[in-house]
Write a protein that binds this ligand. Structure first.
Ligand code: RIB
Length: 324
């Protein structure tokens, strides 16, 4: 893939997810027995790249693995998903990132991330990928890498810059000023705004307006769908009712699908509608990327018939959305 042909560039983390299925999550000081154990390729950056690639976008990933067996496995998996890994570096003397994931019988999870090589991704790597980031229609990043690296990626982007501030941290004003679309869950909303997500949509609009953001904000609500704020009112997009096995990676599927739709020229509201349905399909299987859908599955969730043209169709119209 040449840089001219990139729809979505993802700058972020990649981990090996060590997933223990448990009946219930342990209390502090408690040991519980796992009922199953699995390993998957995860990490918010890699998950988001795979989500967009499964939906048919040309995706490139900028990240770092260790010079170890896991790093080689990551490279192979991402390549197998048609994600361009030209800018996936390999760092000696540091392991590939890890995440310890616990999933309980109610599909709730707890995750501990061990940064490893992800923590070494620096503005120098962004500089090397500058041409790619300049040409990508959408650039996506998260906070499992250094904040200065995220800021460098934002500065290097010429297209739409989407930031998912996860794991939740307060964001410096100069970084917020570079974000076109901020995607947060309720915990991240609180870290960014300094207050819990209000019940009333008018209060949400007021607290977001007070931040003086140049861009839009999408709040993901899990089974309750998502909220979209583009400077004025807040629009609620409901999610379909589905059975849930594992929600790990559902937020990443949302962001990958949002990037997919934005890179196809969709308006933010339609893109978020598409992303809500993609995320709702993804929770049906164990592992962050296992249940990530292709276009046909998202269209089926939307009650639409797949278009014969691979790059067309899937236009998420507003039917089924609720305005608050
Ligand atoms: O968002 C889910 C991801 O968070 C997991 O794949 C894990 O690696 C952590 O980064």
């Amino acid at each position: 893939m040449t840089p001219e042909h990139v729809d979505v560039a993802v700058v972020g983390s990649v981990n090996i997810d060590l997933v223990a299925s448990v009946t219930r999550l342990p209390m502090p000081g408690e040991t519980v027995r796992a009922v199953a154990y699995d390993q998957f390729i995860g990490g918010k950056g890699s998950n988001q790249a795979i989500a967009a690639a499964r939906l048919g976008r040309r995706v490139a990933f900028v990240g770092l693995v260790g010079d170890d067996r896991e790093g080689a496995a990551v490279r192979k998996t991402l390549g197998g998903e048609s994600v361009d890994v030209t800018y996936l570096g390999s760092e000696t003397g540091v392991p590939t990132g890890r995440a310890i994931v616990l999933v309980d019988a109610l599909a709730e999870n707890s995750i501990v991330v061990v940064s490893g090589a992800n923590g070494r991704l620096s503005p120098r790597h962004i500089q090397a990928a500058a041409e790619l980031l300049r040409r990508a229609a959408v650039v996506v990043s998260q906070l499992e890498i250094r904040m200065e690296t995220v800021a460098a990626a934002a500065r290097a982007s010429a297209g739409t810059f989407v930031l998912n501030p996860a794991p939740a941290r307060h964001l410096p004003a100069d970084l917020l000023a570079l974000v076109d679309v901020l995607v947060v869950n309720e915990i991240e909303y609180e870290a960014v705004t300094g207050c819990a997500l209000p019940e009333d949509h008018r209060d949400i609009a007021t607290s977001l307006a007070a931040l003086g953001l140049p861009g839009a904000v999408v709040v993901t609500l899990g089974a309750r769908g998502a909220l979209v704020w583009e400077g004025v009112g807040v629009t609620h997009i409901a999610a379909p009712i589905v059975s849930v096995v594992d929600t790990t990676g559902a937020g990443d599927t949302f962001i990958g699908a949002l990037a997919d739709a934005l890179s196809r020229g969709e308006a933010l509201l339609a893109a978020a509608h598409w992303a809500v349905h993609a995320a709702s399909v993804s929770v049906g299987a164990l592992g962050a990327t296992t249940g990530m859908p292709g276009r046909a599955a998202v269209l089926a969730s939307l009650g639409q018939v797949p278009d014969r043209t691979p790059d067309a169709g899937g236009r998420a119209e507003e039917a089924g959305t609720h305005h608050g």
